[in-house]
Design a protein around this ligand. Structure first.
Ligand code: ASP
Ligand code: MG
Length: 433
């Protein structure tokens, strides 16, 4: 039997490709030349172990903050399209430098901008959402045996402009690329060893969690845990991408984020999270009639503000006015205040109050779903510490309390010890399956 060369080539093409990993390095992991070289070596180790590697990099160190400050020096309200042109450069720098370092280690690397990598987003500048990842350029480069570096945090909009994905957006780039190319895992290399039961800077006995479910990680990211951008977790859950958060400075396993049915029985409470980066807006004298809340929150949504805990006090007696309070990220405050000015006028709202001194503490745990009494224990713990609760919000696996910002460290420590989350409190987990 004769075999012609074209069918041989076809057979070769059908051979299953080596497994692909996506490795994402955060800003501190590429902050200087030594660290870029260290990241390059870690990438090369994976390649030499037979993996196809796509690395997604963040901007170096404080670069993004410095670029924002530069813009504010020349313009009080920088144009958002130009802002994206500016901010997207930070990640390009990291990728080009890392590609050079990898080439010097005897491998062939290629760096790609978000746009070159086929990351297509909507048109909302500085907060764009990924609509599609056309991974063919990445795949072609992998097939040519290259290590591919993709600039995180950016894409190209449907109207062909450069966009960025919001602070921390490189995580989402990494997860989206992992989903598009069918990577076996998306590794997030960072300056902490994984996801902890509380911020170790506040709680020294906080425990590294071997596994966390997508649902828990979503609640944790939404309530202040900084390890992963919220959108990256949403994206991972929706596309079934396994995330491994680990240290870029030491070896050893970090935290694996995976679907709930892959996790084993979980303790009642998994972690305490906190945030002091939110503000509360209170609207006094809101007319008590259908459509008022819709007008207020519609305007906020149109302005792109992410509203969390909402409380409305029902007025006592007919014809009285209601009071509505809610929390939003401090960075959304200017946009929110602008949006509210217009509705306040048309609805006849008496007063708009802003309070930046609030903090939020939350406890998160999938085990909470089936156990009563967790909320009572949270309130009791804070009460015993003399910490006043100003607002409360819950989900089936989260309880959040708004308190004064300066009481946050104390509240986090008290809750962490009340639920026994520390190193000594819990039997070692067996880790992911
Ligand atoms: N460089 C961007 C930021 O500082 C994106 C990222 O690091 O994920 O937010
Ligand atoms: Mg980050």
């Amino acid at each position: 039997m004769t075999v012609d060369s074209s069918s041989l080539a076809a057979a070769a093409r059908q051979e299953p490709a080596a497994p692909t990993v996506v490795m994402k390095f955060g800003g501190t992991s590429v902050a200087d030349a030594q660290r870029i070289k260290r990241a390059a070596r870690r990438i090369v180790v994976q390649r030499e172990a037979g993996k196809r590697v796509v690395a997604v990099l963040s901007a170096r160190g404080q670069t993004t903050d410095e670029l924002i400050a530069m813009a504010e020096e020349v313009s009080p309200h920088p144009d958002r399209r130009e802002m994206d042109m500016l901010l997207s450069t930070g990640e390009r720098i990291s990728c080009a430098l890392c590609a050079m370092a990898i080439n010097d280690l005897g491998h062939r690397a290629i760096s790609l901008t978000g746009s070159q990598a086929g990351i297509v987003t909507d048109t909302s500048h500085t907060k764009a959402r990924i609509l599609d990842v056309r991974g063919d350029r990445i795949r072609e480069a992998l097939d040519e045996d290259r290590i591919v570096l993709v600039a995180g945090f950016q894409g190209v909009s449907t109207s062909r402009d450069v966009t960025t994905l919001g602070r921390g957006g490189s995580d989402t780039t990494a997860v989206a690329v992992a989903a598009a190319i069918g990577a076996e895992v998306c590794e997030i290399y960072t300056d902490v060893a994984g996801v902890f039961s509380a911020d170790p800077r506040l709680v020294p006995e906080a425990r590294k969690l071997p596994i966390v479910s997508f649902e828990e990680m979503l609640e944790m990211a939404a309530s202040g845990a900084k390890v992963l951008q919220l959108r990256s977790v949403e994206y991972a859950r929706n596309h079934g991408v396994r995330i491994h958060c680990r240290s870029s400075f030491e070896d050893g396993p970090g935290t694996v984020v995976l679907s709930e049915d892959e996790t084993m029985e979980r303790p009642l409470v998994t972690a305490v999270t906190h945030s002091t980066e939110e503000a509360r807006i209170s609207l006094l004298g809101v007319p008590d009639r259908p459509g008022a809340a819709a007008a207020i929150f519609g305007a906020l949504a149109d302005a792109g503000c992410i509203v969390d805990t909402i409380i409305q006090n029902e007025p006592l007696g007919d014809g009285r006015d209601a009071e509505v309070s809610f929390t939003i990220p401090q960075e959304d405050l200017p946009a929110a205040e602008r949006a509210l000015q217009t509705v306040a006028g048309s609805l006849g709202i008496a007063k708009v109050d802003t309070d930046r001194q609030i903090g939020k503490v939350s406890i998160v745990g999938a085990g909470m779903r089936s156990h009563p009494g967790v909320a009572a224990k949270v309130f009791e713990t804070l009460g015993e510490e003399g910490i006043n609760i100003e607002m409360i919000s819950t989900s089936p696996i989260k309880i959040s309390c708004v308190i004064r910002a300066d009481r946050v460290p104390h509240a986090v420590r008290a809750l962490h010890s009340a639920f026994d989350l520390g190193v000594a409190g819990i039997e070692p987990d067996r880790g992911p399956r």
